[in-house]
Design a protein around this ligand. Structure first.
Ligand SMILES: Nc1ncnc2c1ncn2[C@@H]1O[C@H](COP(=O)(O)OP(=O)(O)OP(=O)(O)O)[C@@H](O)[C@H]1O
Ligand SMILES: [Mg+2]
Length: 275
């Protein structure tokens, strides 16, 4: 299954004061891909995710979805605002119930999704409104997962999570990626979270797609394209080492490669005996 965007534009506001939130954005994404959506505040990330989820009609351009193996589901910036059910279990069951599945299948999906996000079983019968912020985020993610999406679009999923909560979310998403052939698109202001989870980078600046690339290539041109955007810590560190003359590859494609570069640099220094 793949989603193709062809010159998508979205204009907000009145005709006399139009605001171009997206300007002729084109790209294709396939299931199995994990894509980071980067961009400064107000650059159009949320708007783009809404278009991809079919929640916002573009002003011009078109979106073509090839294949029908499952829905495209968006989990929004503050998903807990939409909670309405009396219990966590009912909240997560709501989506599958609307798909007209048999009760046993709904039950299986709810159990799978709540287990996947690691929410303690003793919380499943309580009101979602009585949970902590991190637990509410897990319920929201479980609601999305219970739809068995082919594409899962996440808007700022780490907001309101602490360090361990963020690590748990990352591990959950990584596991779901290996267990299912899901496609992930994640908009976030947290470059480290994205670097660990994704292998393709889309960059929006002022509603325009300014880069569609790998992390290594993005590290090379970030300063020119979007100087205000922070690089993932490891990529920034390697760049500074390279600029200081250290013999490192300043543009690895994954955190594992980045760590390998740092280890290699240390080993070479030890071998050289210059300390
Ligand atoms: N419903 C709306 N009506 C009018 N203008 C809007 C609406 N939603 C967004 N905008 C404007 O469109 C532009 C893009 O907004 P969008 O929310 O897509 O950006 P974003 O990249 O998600 O920002 P952030 O990083 O703050 O989440 C902004 O200038 C915003 O003010
Ligand atoms: Mg946004």
């Amino acid at each position: 299954m793949e989603i193709r965007l062809d010159e998508i534009s979205v204009v907000y506001g009145r005709e006399d004061v139009p605001l171009k939130a997206l300007n002729k954005v084109s790209f294709t994404i396939k299931t199995g891909e994990a894509v980071a959506l980067l961009g400064p505040i107000g650059s159009g990330k949320s708007t783009l995710l809404q278009v991809m989820a079919g929640l916002r009609k573009p002003t011009s351009g078109r979106m073509i979805v090839h294949g029908q193996e499952g829905p495209i589901v968006l989990s929004i910036q503050e998903p807990q605002r939409g909670f309405f059910a009396a219990t966590v279990r009912e909240e997560v069951a709501f989506g599958p119930e609307n798909l007209d599945l048999e009760p046993a299948k709904i039950e299986a999906r709810v159990t799978w999704a709540l287990t996947a996000v690691g929410l303690d079983r003793d919380k499943w019968e309580t009101s979602p409104l009585q949970l902590s912020g991190g637990e509410q985020r897990r319920v929201a993610l479980a609601s999305a997962l219970a739809m068995k999406p082919r594409f899962l679009l996440l808007d700022e999923p780490t907001i309101g999570l602490d360090g361990p909560g963020e690590a748990a979310l990352r591990q959950t998403l990584q596991r779901i990626r290996t267990e299912t052939k899901i496609g992930l698109v994640v908009a976030s202001h947290d470059p480290d979270f994205l670097f660990m989870l994704t292998d393709r980078v889309l960059v929006l600046v002022g509603g325009e797609l300014r880069a569609d690339t790998t992390w290594s290539a993005w590290a090379q041109k970030a300063a020119a394209v979007a100087p205000d955007l922070e690089l993932p810590f490891l990529l920034g560190l390697l760049r500074r080492l390279a600029e200081a003359g250290a013999p490192v590859n300043a543009a690895p494609d994954s955190p594992a490669d980045a760590w390998n570069e740092l280890f290699r640099l240390r080993q070479e220094r030890e071998k050289g005996g210059t300390g």
